[in-house]
Design a protein around this ligand. Structure first.
Ligand SMILES: NC(=O)c1ccc[n+]([C@@H]2O[C@H](COP(=O)([O-])OP(=O)(O)OC[C@H]3O[C@@H](n4cnc5c(N)ncnc54)[C@H](O)[C@@H]3O)[C@@H](O)[C@H]2O)c1
Ligand SMILES: O=C(O)[C@H](O)COP(=O)(O)O
Length: 592
């Protein structure tokens, strides 16, 4: 047996999430129960409480129809920020495109009801992800359905600028015939630098190769072999700037890419370069681009996206004769919009049902089969957390928690992120009013100063079961049930999964066995005949059903801890009577 300790690992929840929709449902479970998603749906319908989805920007009809099969759908477009904040407290989900800013105020105004924001598209820079996470709100996007549309629009703009299509069109419509003025440049043999070699960037590269261009790409995170496979060389930012005749932008807007193209970068480009931007307006310093256009450093620009959308009327860039503009049309093809709408509707409905969200933005993925296998352990860890915190005297001074996983599997074969998050949920929810889920567990733990460390015990044996037992220990606290303090001085509870059900198997240093459902009475007594009967009588007089009972003792005739699992909560009077039995030295009632 070996112990692997990850000492001082501050809890960091990078966990798959699927949310169960909680509004009006009796269950507060946040873990997707892959075998039972339909139960949640049936409950929602039976209670007449369908979730409400606010669609704040127009999406394809197929998506709306799919949403309507599951939810009340409110399509309200062009809402002001104030109107959105007013409506949001009545909504379980919100769907937007790039035109709606989902700010911190929106999450605050939701008052905990908003469970998922669906971004019908790729870029999530219009959603305050930190605020979403802090409010336990899942953010999902539709990352694939508009890739080709965006790439095609990039190529449309590339060819349009090279041949002055927009300017020449305007000139002819103005009654002119200026054949000499609108002589263009050829694409064949020219170098195109694709900045951001992701989904759209690589499709642009592929198409530009077909036009006979030399394609280079800059992307610090893209694998070189993927680029090589389509005949593209990955180069440094500097090399891309200095060698390109055309630059096409395809990176996300992040703090690192904001104003990536500025006076300094324009001072390094080849004179006469042409720039295409179908990514995000904010990656270019628009004032600097204007200066570069005026000085002729940049010959032409084609812009689909702007820092402020729509750009103000007087925007000089928009009116510049060497600039071609479109109103953020990259994703706007019939095909892409139908695809995006379906992709986002499926993601939102799935998240509301408590199923896996494959496109979660603020919660990393754990494969479905892993989730299924870990499901009973997820219930176990939450319940151990709940029990442990209720054993603390005072109830809220929990700072140092250690979770031990005993398994025959090596650490690399056991992903404990979900379990860790559920311990956090179990520890925090009974002593606070906050709702903890897999999205916000990390944030809430940190906010409350909870430091959770994990330890592995690697057991010998065949690794069929993911875990043998799990132990939760709380250090530096006193307990209202002194027997829960183990020899190491910590409140200790241990459990395992038996026949698919979570069981409590140890409290302090006492071995016990009780199924973790309903509620529990823990009772320490001097080991002598008749006690079990006396306690049992008090409970049965109350008409409360005992679902499990076990006694763990140190040695015959010495102290024993009796564990009684109850279906309902006994009255205060009954609990008082248990405490008055002479041989009972201490007892505690715990809710699961
Ligand atoms: N105009 C439109 O309508 C439209 C449509 C679709 C996508 N987009 C935008 O296009 C962009 C790309 O979309 P995608 O689907 O290809 O996303 P993606 O995530 O597949 O690709 C983005 C790529 O940018 C790279 N990147 C990140 N930081 C970078 C940096 N500092 N320098 C260079 N590369 C960097 C990433 O490694 C990634 O490979 C996004 O901003 C998206 O919002 C716009
Ligand atoms: O990031 C995206 O997916 C595009 O910018 C598309 O945005 P839209 O949904 O507003 O067209």
């Amino acid at each position: 047996m070996s112990v692997i300790s990850s000492s001082n690992l501050t809890i960091s929840l990078n966990t798959t999430i699927s949310l169960s929709w909680r509004s009006s449902l009796p269950s507060r479970a946040i873990f997707p129960r892959p075998k039972k998603p339909k139960t949640l749906v049936v409950l929602a319908t039976a209670l007449g409480a369908k979730p409400t989805v606010l669609v704040a920007e127009k999406i394809g009809d197929a998506g709306i129809q799919l949403l309507k099969t599951f939810a009340n759908v409110d399509c309200s477009y062009n809402l002001s920020p104030e109107e959105l904040c007013t409506k949001i407290s009545l909504c379980d989900a919100l769907i937007v495109r790039s035109g709606t800013k989902v700010t911190r105020e929106v999450f605050e105004s939701a008052m905990g009801r908003l469970k998922v924001v669906g971004r019908a598209g790729v870029g999530i820079d219009n959603v305050d992800i930190s605020a979403a996470t802090e409010h336990g709100c899942l953010v999902v996007n539709a990352p694939t359905a508009n890739t080709i549309a965006a790439a095609e629009h990039g190529i449309a703009l590339l060819t349009a600028v090279s041949r002055n299509v927009a300017q020449a069109d305007a000139s002819v419509k103005a009654g002119k015939w200026e054949r000499n003025k609108y002589v263009g440049v050829s694409l064949v043999g020219k170098t195109l630098a694709v900045m951001g070699f992701g989904k759209v960037g690589s499709e642009v590269a592929r198409r530009a190769k077909g036009l006979g261009m030399q394609v280079i790409a800059h992307d610090p995170y893209a694998p070189a072999d993927r680029a090589r496979a389509i005949g593209v060389e990955l180069v440094s930012f500097g090399e891309a700037l200095t060698t390109a005749d055309f630059i096409s932008l395809h990176m996300p807007l992040t703090p690192a890419t904001s104003k990536m193209f500025n006076d300094e970068t324009f001072s390094r480009v080849k004179k006469g370069v042409r720039i295409i931007n179908v990514a995000r307006g904010g990656v270019i310093d628009e004032e600097a681009l204007l200066r570069a256009l005026d000085s002729g450093v940049v010959a032409q620009a084609a812009l689909d996206v702007f820092t402020e959308e729509p750009p103000p009327q007087e925007n000089k860039l928009v009116r510049h004769e060497n600039v071609t503009v479109t109103p953020h049309l990259g994703a706007s093809t019939t095909e892409a919009q139908e695809g995006v709408a379906l992709e986002i509707a499926e993601a939102v409905v799935g998240a509301l049902r408590g199923e896996l969200a494959a496109t979660a933005v603020n919660a990393p993925m754990v494969p479905a089969e892993v989730l299924l296998e870990l499901s009973p352990y997820v219930a176990l860890t939450e319940k151990l957390g709940r029990l442990a915190v209720q054993l603390v005297a005072g109830g809220s001074g929990v700072k140092f928690v250690k979770v031990t996983y005993a398994s025959t599997r090596g650490p690399d074969d056991l992903d404990t992120r979900l379990l860790r998050a559920m311990v956090t949920k179990g520890l925090i929810e009974p002593v606070s009013s906050v709702f903890v889920n897999l999205v916000n567990a990390d944030f809430i733990a940190k906010q409350r100063g909870l430091r959770l460390t994990e330890e592995r015990i690697v057991l010998d044996g065949s690794p069929e079961k993911p875990l043998e037992f799990i132990q939760v220990r709380i250090a530096n606290v006193e307990s209202k049930f002194v027997s829960a303090i183990s020899n190491s001085g910590e409140i200790t509870v241990e459990g395992r999964v038996k026949d698919g059900k979570p069981h409590l198997t140890k409290v302090g240093s006492f071995g016990v066995d009780v199924s973790l459902e309903g509620s529990i009475v823990l009772c320490r007594q001097s080991d002598q005949p008749g006690i079990i009967g006396k306690v049992g009588n008090i409970i049965s007089e109350e008409n409360v059903n005992v679902n499990f009972m076990s006694v763990g003792r140190i040695a015959p005739g010495k102290q024993a801890v009796m564990t009684i699992g109850l279906d309902e909560e006994p009255s205060r009077d009954a609990l008082k009577k248990i405490g008055e039995i002479t041989a009972v030295e201490e007892f505690v009632f715990l809710k699961l």
